[in-house]
Ligand binder design. Structure first.
Ligand code: SF4
Length: 270
């Protein structure tokens, strides 16, 4: 099992050459000699698409671009032939143009090596089309779990999933259209959370959400959701309408927060 993190600059040792950093785990865990490990390090750089691998082996991290540095981190992660790769926000620190290349590379390597991968991200656009299954977490708890195609068919059953989907820029919306934000901020997870952790930000909430955390239950085949009032269900529609009529949710969230977002998104108003 291995892991890659979001910022390659802080994952790499700034005072060690790239070659030494890749060869280190090969020598320690795979009992390779120095020369064998260095030759394998060059092969790994080639596999992750780094041009002129022999030259790169002698360079330091600051001599490479952000995209190349993340490729080096991936090469280090792959060195010992892991069966599971955990990628924690692997593209967050990179330019948008480089992000797709890195995600495509991870996808290709996963298929070539028959490796499993867990992709951790706050951007549903990153996992759409690249994963078999998605687990949506909030406040340290699982909110929804489903095959990827099922989850995107209906933009999610859980209000948090629906809200995350609304934040993805769509190619067919007019330019200057504002993204739809989720009002409020994430919960403090250090203390004990009473009720549903999403309740301060949820437009579907009812009074029971303030006190009872709903269990994760199968709503449809292989589609699990932890919510008292899932989106598009009779309970969800009723709760949302009741909050709309009251002007606020039981947690005190002003429903105008959502109207403003929706109006701006519809009109492209800045
Ligand atoms: S409806 Fe209730 S249980 Fe469901 S996400 Fe909103 S606050 Fe949580």
């Amino acid at each position: 099992m291995t892991m890659i993190f979001q910022d390659p600059m802080t994952s790499l040792n700034p005072v060690k050459r790239i070659g030494e950093q890749i060869a280190e785990s090969l020598r320690i865990h795979m009992n390779r000699s120095r020369s064998e490990a260095m030759a394998e390090a060059g092969d790994l750089l080639e596999q992750v698409g780094i041009p002129e691998p022999a030259k790169r082996l002698r360079q330091y991290p600051h001599e490479l671009s952000g995209g190349l540095r993340q490729r080096v981190v991936i090469a280090i992660a792959l060195a010992c032939g892991p069966r599971l790769l955990i990628a924690d926000e692997p593209t967050t620190a990179l330019d948008v143009t480089v992000q797709k290349h890195i995600l495509d590379l991870l996808d290709d390597l996963r298929k070539e090596r028959g490796m499993s991968m867990i992709l951790i991200t706050h951007d549903l656009g990153v996992v759409k089309g690249r994963t078999d299954e998605i687990m949506v977490m909030y406040g340290g708890r699982t909110m929804e779990k489903a095959p990827t195609s099922t989850l995107f068919e209906r933009d999610g059953l859980h209000p948090y999933t629906e809200a995350l989907n609304a934040t993805i820029p769509k190619i067919d919306t007019p330019s200057h259209t504002r993204l739809v934000p989720i009002p409020g901020k994430p919960p403090e997870v250090i203390g004990k959370i009473t009720g549903c952790p999403f309740v301060p930000r949820c437009r579907y909430s009812t009074s029971e959400c303030l006190t009872d955390m709903p269990p994760l239950v199968e709503q449809e085949k292989r589609h699990l959701c932890a919510c008292h009032n899932p989106v598009s269900t009779p309970e969800g529609i009723k709760a949302r309408e009741a909050n709309q009529n009251a002007g606020h949710t039981p947690a005190g969230l002003d429903m105008k927060e959502f109207e403003t977002s929706a109006t701006q998104a519809d009109t492209g108003e800045l």
